[in-house]
Ligand binder design. Structure first.
Ligand code: FAD
Length: 397
């Protein structure tokens, strides 16, 4: 007899762990599987998250917080920087953070199994997903589940197996590369996250310096997939590091893709819910997806709990998750997507001018929206297109 659970969660990242925890807290029998031999490793992330949103899922704990960021700097290729206050942002140790989230899931009653991967889906007579074929430390096994939650990240296969179209257009895929660097103290400010813009730095994307302490930082960039020719990300990052942190030693290298399409339209079907990067739910402008994966997991778990209680896991019942996600975040996503496309089309000269203008503004007396307006006013073409700023809540008071 195949093993049977209420919920099978595929993927032990932030989305998977929060979904598993919430379902287990509601008394459901949950199995969460993670194909890698160690949850959280290897890290493929810039490790920056907004503290406020994170707090809803985990108590802030110094053991996985490397730095606290209170300002951000917008920088251009000509050396100008506008330093603005920001909400508290954390640069985390992602390995310890993911491990802690998985531990919380296990403590809530979910069974967590590393080095166990889904290899295919099981379906019932009506074509609904009813479990998965898994391989655990080399041993194949069928697991029946009333609901499968696909939290299997950017390279997701689970949703594809169920017939969901998941491959993003190249322009909607960020290609990311990052070095963990060590440099003498003083090269960056430990409480300032730097964002670097312009086609000379990262065509169609942006570069970053996220301090992890006085002498270590994550330095990386993302390029738009349609502009990332072979070796381009490496060449851009090496140029960026040589210019910004000439004395850097490289302690580790991280590479990965982030789907930034603004979200798949279809994120559920009979017996299946798709969350996090697997559903393209990362923020479409920055590519930040940790908090959003957890927020989506929360909504997916609520739907799963209701559906199982009502004994209805049909496509129609599970659409409640998609409806909740789209009504809560859909409009904001669309605004950020427009903004990313606007930024991706800006010339080096426009970036140089806009950031230089921002750098001259009296930042203390203006909110972010007013600052943007002041900078964009010099470029009426951009100002017209930048109506997306209003959509995403940067109200120009
Ligand atoms: C270079 C780079 C920098 C980034 N920087 C940031 C940042 O600074 N801040 C931020 O918020 N986000 C950042 N992101 C994005 C962030 O990492 C993701 O949005 C986030 O991890 C999404 O969480 P998730 O749970 O959906 O997926 P993941 O964290 O990717 O977890 C998915 C898990 O599923 C497992 N899995 C896959 N297939 C299977 C299978 N068949 N069976 C079992 N397990 C499987 C994987 O091994 C993985 O552990 C960055 C991404 C990259 C690539």
């Amino acid at each position: 007899m195949p093993r049977s659970v209420d919920v099978l969660v595929v993927g032990g990242g932030p989305g998977g762990s929060v979904a598993a925890r919430r379902c287990a807290e509601a008394g459901l029998q949950v199995l969460m599987i993670e194909k890698r031999q160690e949850i959280g490793a290897p890290v493929r992330c810039g490790e920056a998250i907004g503290a406020e949103a994170t707090r809803a899922f985990i108590d802030l704990d110094p053991k996985w917080i490397d730095a606290r960021i209170t300002r951000f700097a917008l920088c251009n290729g000509a050396g100008s920087r506008a330093v603005l206050p920001s909400e508290l942002t954390l640069v985390i140790n992602r390995k310890l953070f993911d491990l802690e989230l998985a531990r919380l899931a296990a403590r809530a009653g979910a069974e967590v199994r590393a080095r166990t991967q889904a290899e295919g889906l099981l379906t019932d007579g009506q074509g609904n997903v009813s479990g998965a074929r898994i391989k655990s430390v080399g041993q194949p096994e069928d697991v029946q589940a009333r609901i499968v939650i696909a939290a299997d990240g950017a390279e997701s296969q689970v949703a594809r197996w169920a017939g969901v179209r998941t491959v993003p257009a190249l322009a909607d895929l960020y290609v990311g590369l990052q070095y963990l660097v060590c440099a003498p103290p003083g090269v960056w400010m430990p409480d300032v996250a730097e964002y670097h813009f312009g086609p000379s730095i990262a065509p169609g994307g942006y570069g970053w310096v996220f301090p992890k302490g006085d002498d270590t930082a994550n330095v990386g960039l993302v390029l738009a997939g349609d502009r990332a020719t072979d070796g381009e990300a490496r060449a851009c990052l090496d140029r960026f590091v040589a210019r910004r942190i000439p004395d850097a030693s490289i302690l580790s290298v991280v590479a990965g893709g982030i789907p930034v399409s603004g979200g798949l339209k279809q994120i559920s079907t009979g017996g299946l819910l798709v969350v996090g990067d697997a559903a393209h739910q990362a923020e479409p402008m920055t590519g930040g997806g940790i908090n959003l994966a957890m927020m989506a997991a929360e909504l997916a778990a609520q739907t799963a709990i209701q559906a199982i209680r009502r004994d209805d896991t049909s496509a129609k019942a599970l659409k409640a998750y998609a409806d909740a996600w789209h009504s809560r975040y859909g409009r904001q996503r669309a605004g950020l997507l427009s903004l990313r496309r606007l930024l991706a089309g800006m010339s080096e000269g426009e970036y140089v001018d806009i950031i230089a203008t921002l750098a001259r503004q009296p930042a203390d007396n203006m909110n972010h929206g007013q600052l943007m307006l002041a900078a964009f006013l010099r470029h009426p073409r951009l100002l017209l297109e930048a109506r997306a700023l209003v959509d995403i809540g940067m109200h120009l008071k």
